[in-house]
Design a protein around this ligand. Structure first.
Ligand code: ADP
Length: 401
């Protein structure tokens, strides 16, 4: 059985083809800059055992239909192919960013489901339209495959009202569905499952704090295997300081900017989403550059790192209080997996709270799930590489069997 996982953005398609029978990845890749007149780039990587064959192609990709057809033609080509015919793909698992309150779990897509995803576009105007496009194109290219939507928000559907409601007039929740939804759900769910495997206990018996630190970032409090609070909110802007997003700010700041800096609502939205966060503080949003600059004494980079790690620490403190007992905290995604400086700053001074990082283990650079706490630490500290595509493939498989 073969499952293709697709993550469609407005100008990109990321994909991974899984062979379920032998639990392997056959091919993965990425199409970037779809629709750009200057041309796009297709990275196509065939995996075979421990070896990989990477093909890079710069080509004009006018739209998503052409893009997905390009992927299929490489997958079925005599030299680069891993399948003979598209009918070999049994299912396509789609990442869909916003499921709102409509979708609490992965769902097989039919016309009604597609309409419901469309109804949620106002909540995710940048993401859901691209996801819908990906589904439509995949339905026409893989007519015999089951199409499944896996929602970024679904893992958080167990968050109780006291944590998902904002203290606004209740009517805004009932009419406009303004509430916390949370995101990165597949990543939090995947690493929680891996943590359970490492702890050799059922996830339903575990309390965890999972910390996803990529370009976007979020922290989730997991009680008995279920998400009970998370730092992102109605949109992915709330919570941690991110690459270009502010995270939590005083809600009066937009009004102040509109009144005193003559900014429109659109300009303020762009400021908070694209010009703030690490980039806003120090002019850089790639964590590698910021760590390097801070080591070279750049004062703004130093401040940005202090702010970034302080915010994470505050959320850990809050979620320790929410959960009472925490079996493990988990770092994941680009920064969480690869930046020991960030992990050590986040955990600094929390020994008395039971979080005690082992400096040597923390510095050891490895690409596998690992423990980095001291022997005496009451709470285990894990670094677990996330694999959202694998989580989507597994959830898709569950709906097929
Ligand atoms: P996305 O949210 O786009 O999936 P990733 O999970 O790939 O993001 O994370 C991207 C971030 O990870 C970037 O800020 C990048 O600088 C950071 N990163 C990747 N490798 C390292 C590293 N070795 N040290 C520090 N940061 C890293």
């Amino acid at each position: 059985m073969k499952i293709l996982v697709i993550n469609t953005g407005s100008s990109s398609i990321k994909y991974k083809l899984f062979s379920i029978d032998d639990n392997s990845v056959l091919v993965h890749g990425n199409l970037e800059k779809i629709g750009e007149p200057g041309g796009g780039r297709h990275t196509y990587v065939v995996l075979s055992g421990h070896s990989e064959n990477k093909i890079l192609r710069d080509e004009i990709i006018p739209n998503h239909t052409v893009g997905l057809n390009t992927i299929v033609s490489l997958m079925t080509h005599a030299e680069t192919g891993v399948i003979k015919n598209v009918s070999e793909i049994d299912a396509v698992g789609h990442r869909v960013v916003h499921g709102a309150e409509t979708f609490r779990e992965p769902t097989i897509i039919d016309d009604q489901v597609l309409d419901a995803i469309r109804e949620n576009v106002p909540l995710a105007p940048l993401h859901n339209p691209a996801n819908i496009l990906g589904i439509q194109v995949a339905r026409s290219i893989f007519p015999s495959a089951v199409q499944v939507a896996v929602f970024d928000t679904a893992f958080h559907h167990t968050i109780p009202p006291k944590a998902y409601l904002y203290a606004l007039p209740y009517k805004l929740y009932t009419t406009l569905k303004i509430r916390r939804y949370g995101f990165h759900g597949t990543s939090h769910h995947y690493v929680a499952g891996e943590a359970a495997r490492l702890l050799q206990k059922p996830l339903s018996e575990l309390n965890l704090i999972t910390i996803h630190l990529g370009n976007g970032g979020s922290v989730t409090a997991i009680a008995k295997g279920k998400s009970v609070d998370t730092s992102m909110g109605m949109t992915p802007l709330e919570g941690l300081i991110m690459g270009t997003r502010s995270g939590d700010i005083d809600p009066s700041i937009p009004h102040f900017l509109a009144s005193n800096a003559d900014m429109s609502i659109e300009e303020i939205n762009t400021l908070l989403n694209k010009e703030s966060g690490l980039k806003g503080i120090c002019g850089m949003n790639d964590m590698r550059d910021i760590v390097l600059a801070s080591e070279q004494g750049n004062p703004q980079a130093i401040t940005a790192l202090e702010m970034y790690t302080y915010r994470i620490k505050k959320y850990i403190g809050a979620y320790l209080a929410v959960l009472g007992t925490v079996h493990a905290i988990v770092f994941t995604a680009g920064i969480g997996e690869h930046a020991p400086q960030i992990r050590s700053r986040v955990c600094e001074g929390m020994e008395k709270l039971g979080i005690d990082l082992d400096t040597t283990k923390n510095l050891a650079a490895r690409d596998i799930a690992r423990e980095i706490q001291t022997d005496g630490s009451a709470t285990r500290i894990f670094v677990i590489p996330t694999d959202e595509e694998l989580d989507i493939a597994r959830e898709t498989l569950k709906l097929l069997t």
